[in-house]
Design a protein around this ligand. Sequence first.
Ligand code: MSP
Length: 633
Amino acid sequence: MPKIYLTTPLYYVNDQPHLGHAYTTILADVLTRFYKMAGYETFFLTGTDEHGQKIADAAKQRNKTPLQHCDEMVLKFKSLWEKLNIGYDDFIRTTESRHISVVNQALQNLYEKGDIYKSSYTGWYCVPDERFWTEKDLVDGNCPDCGRKVEKLEEDNYFFRMSAYQDWLIQYIREHPRFIEPETRKNEILGFLSKPLNDLCISRPSNRLSWGIPLPFDPQYVCYVWFDALLNYITSPGYLTDQEGFQKWWPADYHLIGKDIVTTHGVFWPIMLKALEIEPPHTIFAHGWWLIEETKMSKSLGNVVSPEYLISEFGVDQFRYFIMREMALGQDASFSIESIIDRINMDLANDFGNLASRILTMIRRYRQNKLPEALENGGPEEALITSSNRLPDEVFGLIREMKIHLALDRIISAVRDTNRYIESSAPWELARTKQDKKLDTVLYTATEVLRKIALLLYPVMPEKIERLREFLNSREEITLTSARKWGILQPGTAVDHKEILFPRIEKALHKTEPETPKKMETPKKTDYLTFEEFKKLDIRIAEVLTAEKVPDTKNLLRLEIDLGTEKRTIVAGLAKYYQPQEFVGKKIVVLANLQPANLHGIISEGMLLAAEGEDTVKLLTIEGDIPPGSRIR
Ligand code: MSP
């Protein structure tokens, strides 16, 4: 069985996780799920980086011991990963004894070999980055990495003889084109290595920093946090403790990282491994940054976006889809609320969600929720069958090339093709003209393509796809093989459309700026509705059963209404003008076939009609008695 070992960086626990952390972790989860579907045995490692100055300072600020602080912060990471459905195999903390023991043995080994030596050192120290720089490294007297102030320090320290391995590393990178990806990052590292490589200071005197792993050969010092943390990638699969596990999983296939930590992973780490006589990882893959208006999103700049907020506002799977679709792996991507709403509305509500709901609604309407049989395949069906049988391998090919956004684009274009197939076959016409066999064929073909496409979206949106599989009553294994096969859904299967999977999101509800007042205008002739268009409006009388304010909103009311044939929930922006109890028992007028929308987490299925005055709003009601459900014509 082929196998794959993927890692995320170990996140610093000085603060809460943000969008950047969520991104790498979701990426690892999505890749793992895709490879699993392709029959790989997978191992996905994540965790937290808990030693060093940054963490000690954060703990001090909160009046906690460093370990207390870490214990609390780790829970925030774990709970976010749970909300995001991250299926990691191991979560490692650098404060765990299994890890400390590996760090100790690695240090001792390198010390005995002579690769670690003591020397006096004068340098410039960047506290936030915890790195020493030489005079010539500085940019305008500041840290070349983060641009912040540096302090001059002179002290005795231990050094790791990196310089001895410089030539080996250059040659290794040249001979292994996939070792550092993408190409730009590889060239950056080769550029860095074109200058003489300094030995790496791997200790901090414990009187200056005590929060770290003491050096086994000199407890007056603790280990430099990066030297400690990188070793996690071999601790977890069992280096020195589980020979079989280690042999099975090492070398890692992908270390997924952000582009700001390429030097540590592309230079320090392979040299540490070489010195320890361990094979280097297969690929170090660096993604770009999430930017907010051209600036990197980061805690120190105070412009971070909370993943929890995005999950509660837009849904877990919608968020996962957005960040996978929006970022071309390797390049930077801009984040904005507008872009996430557009993406969800376009790809998920209009294309994929709409495909699922129109197919299932037609099977309900024309075939009483029973999947019919395809007995009249013609050219369009054959074309869809062939392309959907090919789709899984095309998509997985793009995943292997780390082109996740293109893989998703390919899937959505298959969704669009299927929507076009429905439009051109016009099942509603086939039903009207009683072409039963053709109608059955179209309904079956579209459903089977939907099943296959849904499987391919599973790694990105596991919850929604599980739900859709319940609608389709499809229980086959979630594998690429099932996605390649045609005809898994059996005619006669009971299917059902239980809810809208991806309600459209109203932009207006997510904007912070005030709305511009609307001007009253007489409609132009070209704005007239045709009678056919008017007939599409399903305006009906409904009776309000219950009404209540939507918590944490100024103007929203949630109404349960009786539409004669069914009960529904609608959300109306009328709390400024009406008390909730004024609605109960009233007969109101509702546009019943408006596309459902997610308003503050509530799916509103229809729109209440009201008249807008200068500074008032009045409800449309009906004169006299008429039962709920009556249509307005
Ligand atoms: N603790 C080290 C990693 C040690 S690995 C042995 C570390 N931690 S971190 O919490 O600061 O960052 C973790 C990851 O988040 C990095 O890969 C970093 O690139 C990523 N991101 C932080 N901000 C980011 C964005 N704005 N956008 C995308 N990812 C970014 O570094």
